[in-house]
Design a protein around this ligand. Structure first.
Ligand code: CDP
Length: 208
């Protein structure tokens, strides 16, 4: 069983993916962390973000069991991740890793930007989580404040919109909903409501 969840930053896809994985007893991979881990390794060694061969070599050494969002959450790492995510060779390498993870029994929930379209086009269920930019910026600001990192709403909103643009307009694997994805607009939902809505969708697909 494979569940694919895509959507823009702070759409709630990560929390949904984690909760769905626990609910159905599946593995979970936050694919954003694979791009973040490569970006962090390049930044730490002062290597250029545009060198595809270096990025690919770094990706080959990734250990998926050691990815940690707390360690990789820095804003600069997110920015660098979205910049290296335009490199086709790097994407190919990471997509191979992600597919191998998805094939492990009993199955997995993967969340990202291109899971339903590129990584797992044959996923059993595809969800596309969205929320308005303002709502997403509100969530991100609250999240940062909770971590003791003061955040300015307008700046967070501008950052999100810039990253949305970059992710949606790149030529390789742009952020977009698969044709057979179920749209889940979480603008008016708290996480519990969104989770229940997602479970309803997954269960209804399985009841067919
Ligand atoms: O946490 P947030 O949603 O802001 O970002 P993330 O999921 O950690 O992903 C960071 C960046 O990696 C995104 O802006 C994308 O450019 C890239 N990414 C991607 O291209 N494909 C994926 N499947 C996941 C992330």
């Amino acid at each position: 069983m494979i569940i694919a969840i895509d959507g823009p930053a702070a759409s709630g896809k990560g929390t949904l993916a984690r909760r769905l994985a626990a609910h159905y007893g599946l593995h979970h991979l936050d694919t954003g962390l694979t791009y973040r881990a490569v970006a962090a390794a390049l930044l730490a060694r002062g290597l250029p973000l545009g060198d595809e061969a270096v990025a690919v070599a770094t990706a080959r050494n990734l250990d998926l069991s050691r990815l940690d969002r707390d360690v990789l959450s820095a804003h600069e790492i997110g920015e660098a991740a979205s910049r290296i995510a335009v490199l086709p060779g790097l994407r190919e390498e990471l997509v191979q890793l992600q597919r191998r993870f998805a094939m492990e029994p009993p199955g997995a929930v993967l969340d990202g930007r291109d899971i339903g379209t590129v990584v797992c086009p044959d996923a059993d269920v595809k969800l596309f989580a969205t929320a308005s930019p303002r709502e997403r910026a509100k969530r991100r600001t609250t999240e940062l404040e909770a971590k003791g990192k003061p955040a300015d709403f307008d700046k967070v909103l501008a950052d999100l919109e810039r990253r949305d643009q970059r992710d949606a307009n790149r030529t390789v694997a742009p952020l977009k909903a698969a044709e057979d994805a179920h749209l889940l607009d979480t603008s008016e939902m708290d996480i519990e409501t969104a989770f229940k809505a997602a479970v309803d969708i997954v269960d209804s697909v399985y009841a067919e």
